[in-house]
Structures are given as structure tokens and as C-alpha cells.
Design a protein around this ligand. Structure first.
Ligand SMILES: O=P(O)(O)OC[C@H]1O[C@H](OP(=O)(O)OP(=O)(O)O)[C@H](O)[C@@H]1O
Ligand SMILES: [Mg+2]
Length: 180
């Protein structure tokens, strides 16, 4: 285990099991459709790559980079688009792939943008959900694990851009925050 981590919440194996389950359900629910699967960068990049391998229907992928946390453990409340999609979403069934939903601000903003561009449908899949952090109403279609109200890192999630490469999800030691 990394020296800055005080507790592992979900191991690599547990995460893969959950992704297998999510992939099966999504495969069943999207049969006959050709969804555009959107990865919300950066955090969702590992989940996206593991999940699409478990979705057994034709699909296309695209990427959008947004950021609201910066170097902090609290959302700035302002969601910035850093990279937009390459393809139009008009008339498409869109599946948005997110690593974590906390306040809900990032996704409520994204869903509004995609609806404004006339997506046929918008569906959300998140690997982790922190319902206690929510400040806006958001309907989430598929959730992996429900988390306690703690700042977590690993499996794509960062603190100040670090720890994304940890293969598990963990909680940082308190002194890591106080040092920065
Ligand atoms: O529900 P919210 O409170 O909006 O939080 C969730 C969002 O915050 C994180 O992204 P961040 O803005 O840190 O960018 P990153 O993915 O590049 O780390 C995470 O990856 C989600 O996209
Ligand atoms: Mg982040």
C-alpha cells in the first residue's frame, strides 16, 4: 500500500467485480442501440477503459475534459470545459461515464450541455457515488459503490493531480492535506 494512504476502501479485485456487473447490465439495457460513450476526463479514464471492454454491443467513444476541484478537496462550484467532444451528440443515445459523483455539479452541468445539443437520451454511469456530498439534484442511472463522505483517491481519482495510478480506491492520511 502507498505510504500516504490510511485505508483501502475498495481493492482492485472488488472494483473489477463491480465493473463486470455494470457492464452486463448496460449491455442488456442498451441492446439494439449504438451509444456514444463519453468519458469525463481526467478522473474517469481508467474506469472508462475497463468498462467499455465489458459492454458487448457496438458503441463509439469520445472524451470531454472538465474540472472543478483544481488543487482542492472542495468543488470550486465552477465547472470548466477544458476539452470538448469531437463529434456531435444530436440524435445520439449518450452514456456518460464518470468516476465519482460528489456535489453533482459536474454532471448536472454536463447533462444540461448535452441536452442543449439535442442528445436523444442521456444516461449516467458512475463507479463511485458520495450521496452525502450532493448540493444539486441529479438522477444517476447506474452506480457502482456508495462511499462515505471522505475525500478518496486512486483508480483515476486525484488529490492535486497525484495518486491517479493507484489500482485501488483509498483514503489519504490527514497529514498529506496539512502539508500542502
Ligand atoms: O460531483 P462533483 O462534486 O462535481 O465531483 C465529481 C467530479 O470531480 C472530479 O473531477 P475534477 O473536477 O477533480 O477533475 P479531474 O477528473 O480532472 O480530477 C471527478 O472526477 C468528477 O468529475
Ligand atoms: Mg480531480
Amino acid at each position: 500500500m502507498h505510504n500516504d494512504i490510511k485505508q483501502v476502501l475498495y481493492s482492485e479485485e472488488q472494483i473489477q467485480e463491480k465493473i463486470n456487473e455494470l457492464g452486463e447490465v448496460i449491455t442488456r439495457d442498451f441492446k439494439g442501440k449504438n451509444p456514444l460513450v463519453i468519458c469525463v476526463l481526467k478522473g474517469a479514464f481508467i474506469f472508462m477503459s475497463d468498462l467499455v471492454k465489458k459492454i458487448d454491443i457496438p458503441l463509439e467513444i469520445d472524451f470531454m475534459a472538465v474540472s472543478s476541484y483544481g488543487q482542492s478537496t472542495k468543488s470550486s462550484g465552477v465547472v470548466k470545459i477544458i476539452k470538448d467532444l469531437d463529434v456531435p451528440v444530436e440524435g445520439r443515445d449518450v452514456l456518460i461515464v464518470e468516476d465519482i459523483i460528489d456535489s453533482g455539479l459536474t454532471l448536472s452541468y454536463l447533462v444540461e450541455i448535452l441536452k442543449g445539443r439535442n442528445a436523444l437520451s442521456t444516461t449516467i454511469v458512475t463507479l463511485f457515488d458520495k450521496p452525502a456530498g450532493r448540493t444539486v439534484d441529479l438522477e444517476v442511472d447506474y452506480k457502482g459503490y456508495i462511499l462515505p463522505n471522505e475525500f478518496v483517491v486512486g483508480y483515476g481519482l486525484d488529490y492535486a493531480e497525484k495518486y491517479r495510478n493507484l489500482p485501488y480506491l483509498g483514503i489519504l492520511k490527514n497529514e498529506v492535506y496539512s502539508q500542502s
